[in-house]
Design a protein around this ligand. Structure first.
Ligand code: NAD
Length: 260
């Protein structure tokens, strides 16, 4: 028996990294997956990988920070499958990392808009479908959402990630009566494309590339985790095995956050 058989899942940021690994994992476990990402090419790639293995996927190119994009995304899911059981608000950026007196207001807004407003819009517009039979909401925050970072410049990012944790706790309370669970995944360093995008943005500003905290993941002798490990946690939280877990931030960081 596949763990998500009969279920429909929406995953944002599913064109790369954690979102892509989770989309493949959920599809393998029987879910029909709405693969949402900003990048058309990445959406196609994930959808192809799912369908090649006999799974069902719906590609949606959308910006999670835009109201009309997210309204249309949910309409597409309703037309295609007319149900929704799992929502994974995972799309996110590191954004521009700069000292607080140097970061531009538009740069600050971009990080908050994609990471926090994007989470809000994803959940808000998914709710009418989710409320029908109950379900699970997962949010990707970061270890930064629950502690400070050892290098400076990541204030906008950390604020967006901490607010996602608060969002998960508040909505877990609010949505419990609909049998909707809300949990928040807090990864440490995970080997994905996210670092690249940050460095590129900073280079555009002619700054030094961001230096990420020394990779000191105790469990793996310094090496980062991988997206499949996070996908396994997402699968557990989405499944009935986690039926009494809600409002909970869960670290997945090989003990990284215990030593900084
Ligand atoms: P990634 O860059 O590989 O994937 C992120 C995906 O989100 C990309 O495909 C990108 O196109 C998409 N995206 C970005 N902005 C979007 C928007 N406005 N609308 C729709 N899609 C958008 O990175 P990842 O590491 O897989 O990141 C996934 C989540 O994990 C993010 O929320 C990130 O903050 C979080 N996270 C990552 C790490 C890490 O070390 N990789 C650590 C902690 C938290």
């Amino acid at each position: 028996m596949q763990e998500l058989e009969g279920k429909v899942a929406l995953i944002t940021g599913a064109g790369s990294g954690i979102g892509q690994a989770t989309a493949l994992c959920f599809a393998q476990q029987g879910a029909r997956v709405a693969v949402l990402d900003l990048s058309d090419d990445n959406v196609k790639q994930t959808v192809e990988q799912i369908t090649q293995k006999g799974g069902q996927a719906l590609g949606i190119v959308a910006d999670v920070s835009q109201v009309s994009d997210m309204q249309q995304a949910i309409e597409q899911i309703q037309r295609q499958w007319d149900r929704l059981d799992v929502v994974f608000a995972n799309a996110g950026i590191n954004g521009v990392w700069a000292p607080i007196d140097e970061i531009e207001p538009e740069e600050w807004d971009q990080t908050i808009n994609i990471n926090l407003r994007g989470t809000f819009l994803t959940v808000k517009y998914a709710l009418p479908l989710l409320k029908v039979a109950g379900g699970a909401i997962l949010i990707t925050s970061s270890v930064n959402g629950t502690r400070t970072f050892s290098n400076t410049g990541a204030t906008a990012y950390s604020c967006s990630k901490a607010a996602q944790v608060a969002f998960a706790k508040m909505t877990a309370l609010e949505l419990a009566k609909y049998r909707i669970r809300v949990n928040v995944i807090c990864p440490g360093a995970i080997d994905t494309h996210i670092d690249q995008s940050t460095q590129q943005r900073n280079l555009e500003r002619e700054q030094e590339p961001v230096v990420f905290p020394e990779g000191k993941t105790p469990l793996t002798d310094g090496a980062p985790g991988n997206a499949e490990q996070v996908a396994q946690l997402a699968l557990f939280l989405a499944s009935d095995r986690a039926s009494h877990i809600t409002g909970t931030p869960i670290w997945i960081d090989g003990a990284e956050s215990l030593i900084k």
